[in-house]
Structure formats: C-alpha cells, structure tokens
Write a protein that binds this ligand. Structure first.
Ligand code: GDG
Length: 460
C-alpha cells in the first residue's frame, strides 16, 4: 500500500473491510494483507497515490486501549479502522449485505427481506459517514466502494454540508447492477438508489450495468436522463460511466520469473506430463457457478471416455462468508459433488478432479495459472472476474485458452479471445472444454494475443 510522506491527504478510499485483516495473536494485534477482487483492483493505485483507507478491521475491539493499539498498527498502512460491535457488524455484513443485497445484485431469486439487518445496514453506513466526515477536509476526494455502502454518499453529502466542507464523492460498484424489474424484489431499493445518487460520479464495470442503473433511476425515481451518462435528480447532476477494472500484469510476470516459481512450474509440468490441465480459481460463492462447473466437467468426462487420465481439473475454491448458512450449504454440496465425480471417473492412475477448499499463496497461484492449458470460469453472474485477467497474464508462453461464462462482466470485453458458453447448459460447457483442449495452435495464439492486448491495455 502507498505511504504517507507528510502533507494533506486528498484522497479517501472507503470499503466495508480494510484491505488488511487484523487478528489478535497472544494478546497483541497483527495485520496482514487480504486477498480478493477489490484489493487486487486497487493495489496498483495504492502503490502510487497518497490516500487514507477507511473500513472495518474485521474483528470486534471493545477496550479503548486495544482500539488505540489497532489504530496505531494500521496507521503505517494509511488504514483507519471503523470499529463496530460484532452483532452490528454481523447483521450489516452477513445479514443485509450478503444474504439480501448480494443475491439481488446477482439476479438470484427467493431472497427474503428482513428489517433487523436492514436497520443494521443503515446504522453502519451512518457510523462510516460520521468517521469519514470528521477526517475529510474541503477538497478531499472521497471514493466509496461497493454494495455494503450504498447509502453512504447521501449520508456523507448531508454531513459535509452541515460542516461546510466541499468534497467530491465517487462511488464504484464491483458487482453487476441488475435490470430494473429485478430490483422490485427489494422493498428498500429506493433508499439505496437515492443513496447512490448523492455521488458526483458512479462507476460500473460494464455498459450494461450502467444502462440498467440509468433506466432504474428513470423508472423508479423519475430522474431525468436525457443527456448521455448523466442523471438529473433533485437539482443535482450525477455522472455515471463504465470503467474497466484491470490488474497489474507485471506483478504476475515478475513473480513467474522468480526461482521459486520456476521450480514449482517444473515440478507441476513433470507431474502432469501428457495430461491437459484445466484450472479454476474462485471464491466459494454461488455467483461463481461452482456446482455448474462440476456438473459440466462431469458431463465432459462422460462425453469423452477416450480422455480418461488425460485431463485434470484443479479447482481452488477459496473459503468465503463462512458464517452464512447458504455458503455452508454450498460448501457441503461441492464436497459431495467432488467426491461423486472422482468416485465415478477415478482410476488407479489418478483422479480427474482436484478440489482444494482453501486459498493458496500467490506464488503457487501464478505457477498454477502458468501450467494450465485451460482456465474454466463459470460465473452465473459476476461483476467482472479478475481471475480471467490473471490467467492471461501468466500465459505468455503456453497461449492457454480461456473458457469464460457469458455472464461474467469480463465476457463483454473478452469473448472474442475466449470460448464463451452458458453456465446452466452442461452440454455446451462440455463442448466448450473439448474445443479448448483441442484448439489448434494458430487459433490459440490469435485468441491469446487478443486477450493479452486487452489485459495489457487495461491495467489498473
Ligand atoms: C469482486 C467481484 C470483480 C482468489 N483466490 C486466491 C486469490 N484470489 C484472488 C484472485 C483475484 C481475486 O482474489 C478474486 O477476484 P474476482 O474478480 O475473481 O472476484 P471477487 O473476489 O468476487 O471480486 C468481481 C471484483 O470484485 C473487482 O471489482 O471482478 O466480479 O465479485 O485477484 O487472484 N489470491 C491468492 N490465493 C488464492 O487462493 N493469493
């Protein structure tokens, strides 16, 4: 993360969680960098820009002396903790953000609204607003991230005005923004969308999400949207646009060159000699289409008995939101499916599926990306999907093939260089996998070059 070299802070980044996880170890506090899409997407900026980053440190700290200790340890990283008691944090994060809002944003049906988590969501947004306005000075740019904080722009604007401070507010949404009709499932949708409309600029991953937002503002709030990319609401003009979030490809190419990773690549190549390696790296989340991926792979193995022992899927499923029942259920289902697939297709020579329910170190991740002939991403909905970018960054030599669900935001930019499919159609997925592993070298090269240019042009 960037460092402060004195002088005023003129950028404040805000996200629900700080990019560092704080843990209590033997009575004192230790922090370590977290992984995930938001951290990846902002890491480049934080290398070069002065900023303060506000967010929840990920644990309850009641004692005032302890709070001071945590604040001090985070200060070196420009991170400012917003302390929340554990029940409030749980209701805000798991209760409303992840059990109600996240599924709506990703077009999942059957979501039940509940007032208790909604009240917690409002309260946490207020606590964030109080802390940020305290630190902001006129001229500070406040950049809010993601769906946990959709009420924050309005709360900030109100408080800043009361204190006579003039600050620009930006908001970036890292998820899809669903089409208007889908929002009707959420009784409090108007509050959330009005909350966003107090921003000066709202960024989305794709044109489709941006247009959905503009259309929703027009139909739900009667906001005027005659000027392209601008919304007029309550005497304010709000700009909105698509901003392609990218990665830092150099970080991957540099890591690939290290002796440790080169060693690991040699070992993996030897282990999988004569075997086509398919890699998948996903947070264990319904939106990543992991049950669909395993079903599609099962169909592929059924369709191609001649490829027995010649193809392996290495799936990293990173634990995520483990306090939410739906995620625990998903994990159990995936374990069962993985066992069944291997039970059905394994031979004494090997198993076709390696399912890893844990996160892997960055060096191991790059080695896996590098040795894989195919990367299979099966999102049922996904704001962007940075794993697609990362795989491309590690494939300069092999020209591996990206098999990418048409529902990942990345697909709107990368479909020409990848093999696209519908994740609910296992036959289509099986055909896409077969096409990827049998694609001739010249087609692989031209697809790869298209993707490499896109990833290198859209660095963060
Ligand atoms: C949200 C949106 C949007 C994953 N496993 C390991 C690991 N990771 C890193 C990957 C990648 C990041 O986590 C995941 O990024 P995604 O974009 O795929 O997904 P989300 O976490 O769901 O992110 C998404 C993103 O925000 C940005 O706006 O693209 O649509 O859902 O960087 O490499 N890193 C390490 N070990 C792992 O096991 N070291």
């Amino acid at each position: 993360m960037g460092s402060i070299s004195g002088g005023k802070q003129n950028l404040i980044i805000v996200s629900n969680r700080l990019p560092l996880s704080v843990k209590r170890v033997d009575g004192s506090f230790q922090s370590s960098l977290s992984s995930g899409g938001l951290v990846t997407s902002l890491a480049g900026l934080t290398k070069s820009t002065q900023f303060q980053w506000f967010g929840w440190p990920g644990l309850e700290v009641r004692d005032l002396g302890d709070r001071e200790e945590v604040s001090k340890s985070l200060e070196a990283h420009n991170a400012i903790p917003i302390f929340l008691d554990s029940t409030l944090a749980h209701e805000h994060y798991n209760g409303f953000s992840n059990r109600i809002l996240w599924p709506i944003l990703h077009y999942q049906s059957g979501v039940t609204f509940d007032d208790t988590p909604w009240q917690a969501y409002k309260r946490v947004n207020e606590l964030f607003a109080d802390a940020i306005v305290e630190s902001a000075e006129s001229g500070t740019l406040i950049w809010v991230h993601d769906y946990h904080l959709m009420l924050l722009p309005e709360l900030l604007r109100h408080r800043l005005k009361q204190q006579g401070k003039a600050c620009a507010i930006g908001f970036s949404l890292h998820t899809p923004f669903p089409a208007g009709d889908f929002w009707r499932n959420l009784p409090v949708r108007k509050h959330l969308i009005e909350g966003l409309l107090s921003s000066d600029l709202i960024g989305f991953h794709t044109d489709e999400y941006k247009q959905n937002f503009i259309d929703t503002c027009a139909s739900l709030l009667d906001a005027r949207t005659e000027i392209p990319n601008q919304i007029q609401y309550k005497n304010r003009l709000v700009c909105t646009n698509k901003f392609i979030v990218g990665i830092d490809p150099q970080k991957f190419t540099d890591t690939l060159q290290t002796p440790k990773v080169q060693d690991r690549i040699r070992t993996l190549k030897e282990r999988y000699k004569g075997v086509k390696v398919i890699v998948g790296v996903d947070r264990l989340d319904h939106i990543k289409g992991l049950t669909q991926k395993l079903s599609g792979f099962d169909t592929f193995l059924d369709d191609h008995p001649e490829l027995q022992n010649k193809v392996v899927l290495i799936q990293v499923a990173v634990p995520s939101r483990e306090d939410v029942k739906e995620y625990q259920d998903l994990e159990r289902d995936l374990c069962t499916m993985a066992g069944k697939i291997n039970g059905k297709h394994a031979t004494p020579e090997g198993t076709p599926l390696l399912y890893m329910h844990r996160s892997v170190p960055f060096a191991e991740l790059t080695a896996l990306y590098s040795v894989a002939d195919v990367c299979l991403l099966t999102s049922t909905r996904d704001g962007m999907n940075l794993v697609a970018f990362e795989y491309v960054a590690c494939q300069e030599e092999r020209h591996g093939v990206l098999v990418l669900s048409e529902f990942a935001g990345a697909s709107s930019f990368m479909s020409e260089g990848s093999i696209s499919f519908h994740p609910a159609n296992t036959t289509e997925m099986s055909e896409a996998i077969f096409k990827a592993i049998t694609l001739d070298p010249s087609e692989r090269k031209s697809k790869y070059e298209y993707l490499r240019n896109f990833v290198n042009e859209n660095t963060r």
